[in-house]
Design a binder for this molecule. Structure first.
Ligand SMILES: [Zn+2]
Length: 438
């Protein structure tokens, strides 16, 4: 018999996009709340006082003091093989790929290396409160097998794919249009839809795929139901120039993907910092999504994403860390940098909007909002416990906050992995912060 458990603390979750309904109508908050979970799913959420009397007497209630329960974070763009090269010095996108990324990714044909890296990577995601991610592997199918094997053991909701790359990269990292298609198809048949796993057709970006490869990728994307498409777009100005040289017959960067059928629902484009208005409209019309990766865009000097413009055009936007171009696994840190990226453009990131981006907004951009993203009844119980006393400074600052908005904003600005006390996936605790008692 499955066990019912209840978690008592302050509870906050998004219920709508603040852009549509206003920040004050975008969330539910229970100061003394209760989240009831059974068989890995949410049974109910509400005020503890109201819900406790209705619980059967044998239900265990776990009470957290000075803590906030929120849905688990969703990372809509990250590269697991780049974990070991995060924080590499001194380059912008194209040089950075050659100097650091390609040599690092070259090792992932070795299943043991891929497996060890996956282990570290998944632990790091959980330590940071991230319960779902859209993940790049490498060109090697071993990299994706290793990733899915471990994600499956932990019953995590994860999306990943093998990189497609048949030109403009070192020989040791190239597939061909045909082998890329065949290997991806094999992985799809093995993993897509197994438990909580989904597959993403993953061309790295237009410059490293021939038109033939993009054509087969588009074919594949439309061949199986509910597949994802995951790539990069308009991150860096030199990259955009290169794309126009490589594909002179196309009207723009997005048109390269569009022409080959790599657009639509569950197509996620990382960055999109320098998109044109007509490209935003096309993304919106097709239900495609952009992954906003602020720590990466700042670290690699790529540019500032104009979030307001994307939202005005109706583009779905999720939040990504883009490890190893990004500098933190923590979505709290992504939001901290997102706030500054928007400040530099005269825009504000309300803390409830920030919460939305990292949870329900991410779920919507991945078409997973019927399964994850908030605490609606029946959704998968992926949630985290944030610690109001995570550091002396956080504790001190929050004790002086007079409203939920102020508290949440300060927690986002000051928080990182240290703020995550516990992480649950499908109702199971997979990470508990260790305390040193020195
Ligand atoms: Zn990336």
């Amino acid at each position: 018999m499955s066990q019912c458990k209840a978690y008592r603390a302050s509870i906050l979750h998004s219920i709508a996009n603040p852009y549509d309904v206003g920040a004050e109508n975008s969330y539910e908050y229970f100061e003394d709340g209760l989240l009831v979970v059974e068989s890995g799913a949410v049974v109910s959420v509400g005020d503890a006082e109201g819900l406790l009397p209705s619980l059967p007497a044998d239900v265990e209630v776990i009470h957290y003091q000075d803590a906030l329960i929120t849905p688990g974070f969703i990372d809509t763009h990250i590269h697991y093989p780049q974990t070991g090269m995060v924080g590499s010095y001194g380059a912008q996108l194209l040089d950075w790929l050659e100097m650091y990324v390609f040599p690092c990714e070259g090792k992932f044909g070795d299943a043991d290396i891929a497996s060890a890296q996956t282990d570290m990577f998944l632990q790091e995601l959980l330590r940071n409160g991230t319960t779902t991610a859209l993940v790049f592997g490498t060109v090697h199918k071993e990299s994706v097998d290793a990733f899915f094997e471990q994600a499956s053991k932990l019953n995590l909701r994860m999306i990943a794919g093998k990189v497609l790359m048949d030109r403009n990269a070192p020989e040791y990292l190239l597939d061909t249009a045909d082998t890329g298609y065949a290997d991806s198809k094999e992985l799809i048949e093995r993993w897509h839809g197994k438990g909580r796993l989904s597959y993403a057709v993953t061309p790295r970006f237009a410059p490293t795929s021939s038109p033939e490869q993009l054509e087969l990728a588009g074919k594949l994307f439309n061949e199986f139901p509910d597949l994802y498409m995951h790539t990069h777009i308009s991150e860096n100005k030199k990259e955009i120039e290169w794309v126009s040289e490589l594909f002179p017959e196309r009207s723009g960067y997005l048109d390269v993907y569009d022409h080959h059928g790599l657009i639509g629902e569950r197509a996620v484009f990382a960055h999109g910092v320098h998109l044109h208005d007509d490209e935003c409209k096309r993304l919106s019309d097709t239900g495609s999504a952009v992954a906003f990766c602020p720590t990466s865009n700042l670290f690699l000097g790529s540019g500032l994403l104009d979030l307001e413009r994307l939202e005005k055009q109706g583009v779905r936007v999720g939040l990504g860390t883009d490890i190893g171009g990004g500098t933190s696994f923590s979505q709290l840190q992504s939001l901290n940098e997102a706030y500054k990226v928007l400040q530099l453009q005269g825009q504000k990131l309300d803390p409830f909007k920030a919460l939305y981006l990292a949870t329900l907004g991410g779920a919507k951009s991945l078409y997973l909002d019927e399964k994850i993203g908030n605490f609606e009844q029946g959704k998968e119980a992926d949630f985290i416990v944030l610690d109001y006393n995570a550091t002396p400074l956080i504790s001190y600052r929050l004790s002086r906050a007079s409203s939920l908005q102020e508290k949440l904003f300060a927690l986002i600005m000051l928080g990182d992995d240290r703020a995550v006390k516990e992480t649950f996936s499908a109702g199971k605790s997979l990470h508990q912060k260790k305390f040193s008692k020195s």
